[in-house]
Design a protein around this ligand. Sequence first.
Ligand code: FEO
Ligand code: CA
Ligand code: CA
Ligand code: CA
Length: 658
Amino acid sequence: TEPPNNTVSSLTFEPVGYSKADRVVLPAGYSAAVLYATGDAIYPGVSDYRNDGTNTDFDKRAGDQHDGMNIFGLSDSGTYDPERSDRMILWMNHEQIVADPLHENGATAAADNGGARPKVQVDREMNAHGVSVIEIQRRNGDWSVNKNSIFNRRLTAFTEMELQGPVAGHELTKTKASPDGTRRFGTLNNCATGKTPWGTAVTCEENWYAYFVRGDDQSARSASENDLLSRYGIRNDSGGWSYREWDTVEGGGDLYKRFDITASGATQLDDFRNEPNLFGYVVEADPFRPGQAPRARTALGRFSHETASFAPAQAGKPIVVYSGDDARGEYIYKFVSDENWDPADEGQGLAAGDKYLNKGTLYAARFKEDGTGEWLPLTPQNVQANGGDAQLFGTTADVLLRTRLAADAVGATRMDRPEWGTIHPKTGEVYFTLTNNEINDQGLENVTQVDPANPRFYRDPGSPDKDEGNPNGHIIRWKEQGSRAGTTFEWDIFLFGSDESQDTDNINLSELSVDSEFSAPDGMLIDPRGIAWIQTDDSALSEKTNDQMLAAIPGQVGDGAKREVTSTQDGFQPQTVTTYVGKSADEVQLKRFLVGPEGCEITGVVLTPDARSLFINIQHPSGKWPSPSGDATAIGNANRPRSATIVITRDDGGEIAV
Ligand code: FEO
Ligand code: CA
Ligand code: CA
Ligand code: CA
């Protein structure tokens, strides 16, 4: 085959229209095949998935709710070959679960079972979380999982891991299960990913806080510990929105009990009050060394990590990683390693991770009105200089454990929910999706305030069930000034999501049309050819269409215009703010490439080096898909809907999209 086209100037596919159908819709000349669905066996001798809620061995099967992915090409001898396009290790995050279809008659609440959830159900659920590492291969044009691969494994909510970096061993990480604060079990709510320059992968823990339940009595903890729990959304009632009562399990030990973080014992070593402090990190594992325990890299901060985007490594320069905190009004971060990159560390696995990811400086972003921005160091000195309490922010470990509070103190910019980040392979500019930001029952103040980088506040008339704020989201991007590791940048906004019928002065600022209309950008990749892939989640356009993926050829920061935008919303003062808008949708050739089946989110995207196989995930479909004879009601039937990875190819074998 020809090498991929590296001077892409136009996208050749015909855009697809809106779809509410229960199938994957693609442009003419393209096909999709299911590669890896919830419950698929990953080892020889493991039975085919019955999909009727009776399988119990999820530690040997695909987990649920596929999300971020990485690929690692394999040579014939099984070593890392980044150029290989027909044999590779696929790294797959399993963000969370749709609980009912996993169990024969749906999930049993503790209250309906004498106060305890059945252990068989909890084991299934905990094993359906985490990561899959599987070998895949293309034979005669078809992709499949190689169940015999030595690389196949699952990380689950049980897997033993190390806590590394500054926070490891902090007083507030010591628990009954980890008395010295250096071990933890499992990884939770693994959303997007990253790939290190030394050939390992990272998984990002997003909504981990929601799995814990916290007793009502706050008197057993200090005020600052209670503040810390509150700032991370750990509620003091019956638990967060995805609390699954794992702590209540029948006959379970500490691996289950730890999800109840009530301070009930005499000391922190008698209970699990500190367990949440062991989560909320970027976790590194080596796909080539399955026997090694994963390592949580606390130097990259503790928050609802959505993504970890590694800048291309340059010899003699620090490793730089960008990460976003996906919650309303949270921040964008940048990590700069202390150590400079030595190309001899390629292939050195977690030892290289220890060198580059355990020591460095974490910064939070401030986006300014003049189109520039600053990286604000989250060091004890800087946090204290900005009014941070010297006791709470005395050490680097203190700061990282309380990353959100530290970023509050230094005055970083509250964003409209940062999701994925991706780095343009040619310009080096960094793109981040900001999925949306709506007033919810918490009535957050920040949602009602606009600023240059989050300039819109309105209600989408086409989605009356959505609240006001920025219901459609946008994609911000920036260019570092000077070096990659520097502290100033220039920014603008690549695209604004919108209903295409909205006014182009204040809302539909990117002039979206019916072919390019999107809302709630989430997953994103700019592939090596410079094509941007944009995926949506829970779109405010859901009355019109299922979630979708679009493609575009972006330009660069500053290629658009400075604009005054006025947001008006009933009951609020009109606000006018100056922002910077990139080229229009037409000018960047933005158009719809795919629409998914009913109820799904489109997330996760990787392209083979030959640009001929594009992998994406259909997450939490709610109709029949992927089985045409599936059963949308799920319970009491086989063929329930399943999350799955699909492979998209062109029928003529050509490159995707060009
Ligand atoms: Fe897991 Fe913010 O998406
Ligand atoms: Ca996401
Ligand atoms: Ca999302
Ligand atoms: Ca999701």
